[in-house]
Design a protein around this ligand. Structure first.
Ligand SMILES: O=C(O)CCC(=O)C(=O)O
Ligand SMILES: [Fe+2]
Length: 197
């Protein structure tokens, strides 16, 4: 994974590793060893400033609510806020903008790989003249997405049926952006809230 990021960003592998070692789970869970070649994707977003008065005083959405599908998203933005996380109780919390920091977001695939221990949270972006660059670290198309055995406790059941990244993508094309795109793979109704430990 660090090779992939290093190649795309033209930075040293050591620097890429520094980025990736920030979340403690990647080294401790050895997920990098469990997954073979990665697909990486970089996007740059610009959510233009739109006067809220034009929308009856309501927030204008620049990027609609969704979860990120991949394993991990690494985001940098300009000094402009706008990214918000759904607290699942009807309220939203804003992610402070800081162009000197990286924001890591857990994707649907990492939720499955950790059997729900890490949650891919729903988020959205308000139209606020925000510019962001996101690196999405994804699995390869044929990668089977399921929790590695060393992570599972005795008798622990997999929350999701095993699927490949390409099966997820085909299924996701038939969903709306705001849908729970893991739902078709759930073994039974999965109730994951932000407060679960
Ligand atoms: O622009 C942002 O801050 C976030 C965009 C985003 O959530 C995404 O591209 O998946
Ligand atoms: Fe996102």
């Amino acid at each position: 994974m660090q090779k992939c990021i290093a190649g795309i960003h033209n930075i040293s592998e050591e620097d890429a590793m520094l980025i990736l070692s920030s979340p403690p789970f990647l080294s401790s869970l050895s997920l990098t060893k469990t997954l073979t070649p990665y697909s990486g994707l970089i996007t740059i977003h610009h959510s233009p400033l739109i006067n809220n008065n034009t929308n009856g005083g309501n927030n204008v959405i620049g990027f609609w609510v969704h979860t990120d599908p991949q394993i991990l998203s690494v985001l940098r933005s300009n000094y402009t806020s706008g990214l918000q996380i759904d607290l699942t109780d009807g309220s939203w919390i804003s992610v402070p903008s800081d162009p000197s920091s990286f924001f890591f977001n857990v994707g649907d695939s990492l939720q499955v790989l950790t059997n729900g221990r890490f949650k891919s949270v729903k988020h959205r972006v308000l139209a606020n003249s925000r510019v962001s660059m996101i690196y999405f670290a994804g699995p390869s198309l044929t990668q089977r997405i399921s929790p590695p055995s060393f992570l599972m406790n005795n008798e622990e059941e997999c929350l999701y049926k095993e699927f490949t990244w390409s099966e997820y993508k085909i299924s996701a094309y038939n969903c709306r952006l705001s849908d729970n795109r893991l739902q078709p793979f759930e073994r039974k109704a999965v109730n994951i809230s932000l407060n679960d430990s």
